[in-house]
Design a protein around this ligand. Sequence first.
Ligand code: TRP
Length: 339
Amino acid sequence: MEEMKTETIQKKRILSGIQPSGDLTLGSYLGAIRNWSALADEYDCYYMLADMHTITVRQTPAELRRRTLTQLAAYIACGLDPEKNVLFIQSHVPAHAQLGWVLDCYTMFGELSRMTQFKDKSAKNADNINAGLFTYPALMAADILLYQADLVPVGEDQKQHVEICRDIAARFNGIYGDVFKMPEPYIAKVGARVMSLTSPENKMSKSDRDPNGCVYMLEKPEDILRKFKKAVTDSDACVRFDPKEKPGVSNLMQIYAVTTGKDYGVIEREFEGQGYGAFKSAVGEAVVELLRPIREETERLLADKAYLETIYRTGAERASYVAGKTLRKVYKKVGFVER
Ligand code: TRP
């Protein structure tokens, strides 16, 4: 009975994107990508490399290309099966730019001005506060709404973007009827927030100025171990979970817990009376072992350009089919003459 039910009911749809603006980090793996492969059975999943968003900040062209392909390979190496998930590159599906423009016209100057990411990024890139940086949320709304996504897996920092997407969708639907499905943010419950190793009050980020704060997914084992050995802790030499008083140690415990599956009580007992040296090495080694197979598989895939090409071409075709349907509906609603 149960089985028959799931077969006849349309699966809910998921869409998420990562910008290839920096190398993937341990934070993006533990907080996002790792949780994605399990979703494929229950949901219809679309994952996008948001290269168009990336150029809102100046990029080196060859680097952007390299990172985009590396991320695609890494997604697959992390267990995202390209048969079960649609993996595609945003710029390969022109409907994103096309709907993005339409939605620009249904997004208000005032609401864009209030976006915290715009304020942060324009402070960081004061010499290049371009219009794309400003209208970024309308393009992201297009990414989501084109696929009629039910759920959008994002980190805390992207919640505001999903909210403005809902506001734009509601505004558009209010004028033209039910064109867009109303998406919900989907914040993973486990390991969602890995902090910087050198300033544990901040999220681990690929744009961290301190290269020791961030561990990259494809980094060499010796570099990973060195970064964990240097991780900021405190002077009380006791492995105990207390994010307020002991943010550095608690962050390391969280990383250790999600990589090994041990809970905090077990970890506290494991390192009782041992000081931080042994603890930091153990966390580093656990992370190295977790990432080793992913790095090796990513390298293998990157060497097979023909295979990667098949994946992103097929992905773009499957994505275009769904996105095209929504775009045609929107064009009709706003009054464009059908071609
Ligand atoms: N803005 C997201 C980030 O920086 C990336 C992104 C672009 C995205 N389009 C999206 C995420 C659509 C979810 C859905 O992390």
